[in-house]
Design a protein around this ligand. Structure first.
Ligand code: HEC
Length: 483
């Protein structure tokens, strides 16, 4: 009985009276949750295996939806949101999960179609604007219909003669049926072009990352529904003349042949780049022991790196393969009295490896130590173990090898960086808490009902993990604005 109490209280304190009377319906209560958190991927032509766009489609999967949402499997989001926050977080609140459960328990009632908020307008074109340069894959690639995953790297020459000052790169998948995710990199060595030349197919196959020493060449990433990160004014990246941009596409399993020709939209920095985005990484050389995974053992590795000058973190990418099971990355002060949480991934999923951008620039002071702790389960209890029976595993790029990397994108710290937002620029929409397309009294009432909340807050406009007067002021400054 005790286990039901938290659910009971959360229903009692936060759900409208209608729900208490057990009239949770699809149109009024469930559709807004599904449309906001699921439909971007679960609609025709997107990566989700079935559409979730109307009553019949959602009701047919009701119990399954309750299961995948209560276990946290869907929406896919591997970082622990109670540890740190990122741009474009995909999480359901406890109330939203309770609503889905209550709906299934009530027999999935449809309700009144007039209550349905309608499908959101999913953006079709660029989400950033008109690109300054479009780099397409040189030729279409056919992903065979044999129900397997494919990791293929494409080499896109940038500008042969001049440097490019970049504020954003946007991946525009050519075929969303099979485009599971993409990772971008930069190659100034010509190595990737050589690998491409040796492979008869367009691009070349590479499971791990880019198929050669991946140091410092991560450049961003894309998963369905993710927002493109635009660097704030004055911050950007320089792509040197003659460099290649690398696009690693992960194509998901398909029963039929699918053809893709993805493009990358390039947005130039409007102002000269005063602060160059730099990438550093923690790798096996930072570990306190040799990286080796004996068969039938669970092992944890701890890497450390000293921070010698004040930096502002932009994003973080932990990277391992299929035997890895968890990550914790944080920074500690010299006296160990202060810990800055960076990312915790309690249940690593290679399929949903991501590129995680902090909501604001995140300062790590000089003298601090970065820690990366990863656990690996090389037993047969790990369902993703590529070896059956388990084998001894070493460091490498292949499917059955393992890796230990944490990539950090950063700039040198400047006074005031803590308030520099990395959220996509659409200031008028942050206050639209009800998602009805306009910032109105309803949003204000919603915020007030969540006032004082300190964790997992639904009305946390400024993403500081609390609902305070600052959130209200930000909402009021956008009042009346259409989104
Ligand atoms: C970012 C894209 C994305 C979002 C958002 C998303 N899904 Fe999924 N979903 C997928 C993909 C891809 C799969 C296939 C399995 C996999 O790759 O993990 C999947 C699988 C599923 C499955 C299992 C289907 C099967 O037959 O195995 C269910 C059920 C599901 N999703 C429901 C949901 C619900 C409910 C939501 C919202 C709360 C949601 N998904 C949000 C991409 C997404």
């Amino acid at each position: 009985m005790r286990t039901h109490l938290p659910l009971f209280f959360s229903l009692l304190t936060t759900l409208p009276a209608a729900l208490l009377a057990q009239t949770v319906t699809f149109h009024a209560d469930v559709a807004p949750i599904i449309y906001t958190h699921c439909t971007e991927c679960h609609r025709v032509g997107e990566i989700g295996p079935m559409p979730l766009t109307n009553y019949a489609e959602v009701a047919a999967y009701g119990e399954f939806i309750e299961y995948v949402t209560s276990t946290g499997y869907m929406p896919p989001w591997t970082p622990d949101e109670s540890y740190s926050h990122f741009v474009g977080e995909r999480v359901l609140t406890d109330d939203e999960k309770a609503t889905l459960s209550a709906w299934v328990a009530a027999g999935k009632p449809e309700g009144d179609p007039a209550d349905n908020p309608g499908l959101p307008a999913f953006p079709e074109g660029s989400q950033v604007g008109t690109p300054d340069l479009v780099l397409p894959m040189a030729e279409p690639y056919t992903h065979g219909g044999d129900m397997t995953d494919q990791y293929q790297v494409f080499v896109l020459p940038a500008a042969p003669d001049n440097d490019l000052a970049i504020r954003a790169l946007e991946v525009r998948p050519g075929n969303r049926n099979v485009s599971h995710h993409a990772i971008l990199g930069l190659d100034v060595s010509g190595t990737a072009a050589n690998l491409d030349a040796q492979d008869p197919d367009p691009g070349y196959e590479s499971f791990g990352s880019f198929g050669f020493s991946a140091e410092s060449n991560f450049f961003g990433g894309w998963v369905p529904g993710a927002m493109t990160v635009e660097y704030p004014p004055g911050i950007g990246r320089t792509v040197p003349a003659g460099a290649d941009i690398l696009l690693q596409m992960h194509y998901g399993p398909s029963p039929i042949d699918e053809t893709d020709q993805t493009e990358i939209n390039v947005f130039f920095s409007e102002e000269p780049i005063e602060r160059e985005v730099q990438t550093t990484f923690m790798g096996p050389q930072h570990l306190d022991e040799f990286f080796y995974l004996p068969a039938n053992q669970v092992r944890t590795f701890h890497g450390t790196m000293d921070v010698s000058t004040d930096v502002s973190m932009i994003s973080i990418v932990p990277h391992c393969h299929l035997i890895g099971v968890s990550w914790d990355v944080f920074a500690t002060s010299p006296d160990n009295q202060d810990t800055i949480p960076l990312i915790s991934i309690p249940s690593w999923d290679f399929n949903w490896q991501g590129f995680f951008t902090f909501p604001t620039l995140t300062k790590i002071p000089a003298g601090y130590t970065l820690h990366g702790i990863a656990s690996y389960d090389n037993t047969s209890a790990n369902p993703f173990n590529p070896n059956d029976p388990p084998q001894n595993v070493t460091f490498g790029e292949g499917t059955t090898d393992e890796m230990f990397f944490v990539f950090f994108d950063y700039v040198l710290y400047q006074e005031g960086d803590e308030t520099v937002s990395l959220e996509p620029s659409d200031p008028s929409c942050v206050g639209d808490l009800t998602g009805d397309g306009v910032v109105s009294v309803e949003d204000m009432l919603f915020l007030l009902s969540d006032f004082g909340c300190v964790t997992n807050c639904a009305a946390d406009v400024d993403l500081d993990n609390a609902v305070t007067i600052a959130d209200l002021l930000q909402l009021l400054s956008a009042f009346g604005e259409p989104c």
